[in-house]
Design a protein around this ligand. Structure first.
Ligand code: FRU
Length: 536
């Protein structure tokens, strides 16, 4: 059931925002997710908390809205939600483009780039030669003013390989061996390397990590981090290490995605635990190049076990990013996600990802919908457009702006072949977040979500993740975050996420519950309009 809206939705007035909310001329601009004011962005880079600020550097083209002239853009935030965009931090020069990498706080000035009183932040990134085109090596730049200005090291590069492609260094301090460790990839060989250094300038190869069973696509953007164990201090198990690498093929969506390996890193070598099936950070098509924040403040800084880990990703896919209908910006980051690991019944580690608790601060007033069962029915929750659309028997809550919503929902039973939510509903458009009982999967279907990138047969497909059948004892719980063109569906405790971009018409702002071919019992439905996260 769809409905033709009679009135265009109103939009939140623009204030001085790093990420200005959607307007009539910029209808897809997210409110709570980071976007640059203008131009192309891709991977998050150099994520670090330093002196009260979270830094978000990112792959950025200062000159246009297509990939190119890669430089590091920059934004800062006190809380990971309210971002202020700053000038370009590290710019492409005649010699190299500035590809992805990381930033560390060199507290004891081991690099010598600063002083004992003013130790440096050091960026370790891939310099990609402009002439001749394409040789890649790891390079350094440093900042003595809280990341505002950067100086490239005169003796770059600091780490080379005998191949053309060699990139995306993620560096962290390994306390037990008292040295820096770098994870970096040889993309075409589908291999990661670990290198060590005590001064960030001289690096020694420690080991390599390959996963021969993972046969498809180049590797990019490694991360190696220790995850807090769900359950906290009482958890019997030591915090596991997680190695993440983005791959260009083999992801369930048919495209690119972030592959996870759990195991142990002893300071030299990463050994993955055996696994029954490949693990993925996200089951949608648009979660790539995830990177974790360094130096995230820990509730108990004396406890050597990690208690908090946070990452975000580029919410996009290289295959079609260049075609997407946004202007003057192109590309967005996912919301930052809190990370934990837990052991599950089959003995493997599972990644849990949840939105930041502070996101609740951006919610408007709550709207609740009483528990009820639908049988071969569609129920309007929000109508597209304004009150003028309201029918005598609906909608069940007052219309709010259905462009940016935080929705919680539980399904306690389903005999329906499919049931769930239809978002951004409008004339001939709806994005479906559903449970498919025959296949036992949660899915997002964006085949009727508006704009489709030209020539991309994979884009409009449904993306699934297997879940246990819902019951009253074990309801299927969703937290759905919709923010203009971005949709993140967190399932259960965060054991699976589906992240997708959608580009419906601005007038498509309806929200419905549905049950096809049978009945479905819904409970705990609460929704909130999300306000724009203006800079602080
Ligand atoms: C991943 C990636 C990285 C590279 C950067 C260049 O999206 O291809 O491997 O460093 O983007 O922009």
């Amino acid at each position: 059931m769809t409905r033709v809206p009679t009135a265009a939705p109103t939009t939140t007035p623009t204030t001085a925002l790093a990420a200005a909310p959607a307007t009539a001329s910029d209808p897809h601009r997210p409110r709570c997710h980071f976007t640059a004011q203008k131009n192309w962005i891709n991977d998050p880079n150099g994520l670090i908390w330093h002196q009260g600020e979270y830094h978000l550097f990112f792959q950025y083209n200062p000159y246009g809205d297509q990939w190119g002239h890669m430089s590091w853009g920059h934004a800062v935030s006190p809380d990971l939600l309210h971002w202020t965009e700053l000038p370009v931090a590290i710019a492409e020069d005649e010699r190299v483009s500035i590809y992805s990498g990381s930033v560390v706080s060199d507290r004891h000035n081991r690099s010598g780039f600063g002083t004992a009183e003013n130790p440096p932040l050091v960026a370790i990134y891939t310099g990609c030669l402009r002439v001749p085109e394409g040789g890649q090596a790891q390079e350094l730049a440093y900042s003595l003013d809280r990341g505002r200005t950067w100086t490239q090291y005169a003796r770059n590069p600091v780490l080379t390989a005998p191949v053309k492609d060699f990139r995306d260094p993620k560096v962290f301090w390994h306390a037990a061996t008292e040295r820096w460790v770098m994870a970096v990839v040889l993309p075409d060989a589908r291999k990661a390397q670990f290198h060590a250094s005590t001064d960030l300038k001289t690096w020694t190869l420690l080991s390599e990590f390959e996963a021969p069973f993972e046969g498809q696509g180049i590797w990019e953007c490694p991360d190696l981090l220790r995850l807090p164990v769900a359950g906290g201090a009482d958890a019997a198990e030591a915090a596991p290490w997680c190695f993440k690498v983005d791959v260009f093929g083999g992801h369930p969506s048919g495209g690119t995605g972030a592959r996870l390996f759990f195991g142990h890193f002893d300071g030299t070598r990463f050994v993955a635990e055996p696994e029954a099936a490949p693990q993925w950070a996200d089951f949608g098509a648009d979660f790539y190049a995830a990177l974790s924040w360094s130096d995230v403040p820990q509730p108990d800084p004396d406890d050597p076990a990690p208690q908090r880990a946070v990452w975000l990703a580029w919410m996009n896919c290289h295959r079609y990013a260049k075609h997407l209908p946004t202007s003057p910006w192109r590309g967005a980051m996912s919301l930052p996600r809190e990370l934990q690991a837990r052991r599950v019944a089959d003995g493997r580690w599972q990644l849990l990802q949840r939105p930041l608790p502070a996101l609740a601060g951006l919610r408007g007033p709550v709207r609740t919908v009483a528990a009820h069962t639908l049988r071969d029915q569609v129920r309007d929750i929000l109508l597209p457009g304004s009150d003028a659309d309201a029918q005598p028997d609906g909608p069940v809550v007052d219309p709010v702006d259905g462009h940016a919503l935080d929705i919680e929902l539980a399904i306690t039973a389903s005999t329906a072949s499919r049931c769930g939510l239809r978002l951004r509903v409008g004339a001939d458009e709806a994005t479906v977040v559903g449970y498919d009982a025959a296949l036992g999967v949660v899915f997002v279907d964006r085949s009727r979500s508006g704009f489709l990138p030209p020539g991309d047969a994979l884009y409009a497909q449904r993306h699934d993740v297997a879940v246990p059948a819902p019951s009253a004892d074990l309801p299927l719980r969703w937290r759905v975050l919709l923010d203009a063109c971005l949709l993140e569906v967190f399932i259960g405790d965060g054991e699976a996420v589906i992240s997708e971009q959608i580009f419906p018409a601005a007038s498509s702002s309806g929200l419905q519950l549905f049950a096809d071919n049978g009945s479905a019992a819904f409970s705990d439905l609460r929704l909130w309009a999300l306000r724009a996260a203006s800079p602080r």
